[in-house]
Write a protein of this length. Structure first.
Length: 116
């Protein structure tokens, strides 16, 4: 079991926080706040860790994500490609509001699994 917690503060306010919880054959990456060009840099090492650990199942929980931009989408797509490269499965769950609108606009909701 592994757990990584991170909190990015900007101007005294939470910009983004995430945690990675790995148990058995599944990793759950929960991202909250805003996943944008500024905050995505803090997430990249976790993406690399997940890819290095090669869990068969990866869930990305975006139920507490308020905002995503193209950099954030790119990070999730990058994780998706890395997981698929070793024949793992990845699903994005809990997406709503602006992040869901972006994933639907890009038609990624069809590729990344359940989006609600």
């Amino acid at each position: 079991m592994g757990l990584v917690l991170h909190n990015l503060l900007l101007g005294g306010m939470d910009k983004m926080n995430f945690n990675l919880n790995t148990q058995d054959d599944e990793s759950v990456l929960s991202i909250a706040g805003e996943l944008d060009a500024l905050s995505v840099q803090d997430l990249r090492p976790v993406i690399e860790r997940i890819a290095g650990d090669r869990p068969p199942k990866v869930l990305v929980d975006l139920s507490k994500l308020r905002l995503i931009d193209s950099s954030g989408v790119g990070a999730i797509v990058s994780l998706f490609k890395k997981v698929k490269s070793y024949d793992g499965s990845l699903a994005v769950v809990g997406v709503h509001d602006q992040p869901l609108a972006i994933l639907r606009l890009l038609q990624l909701d069809r590729v990344l699994g359940p989006a609600s």
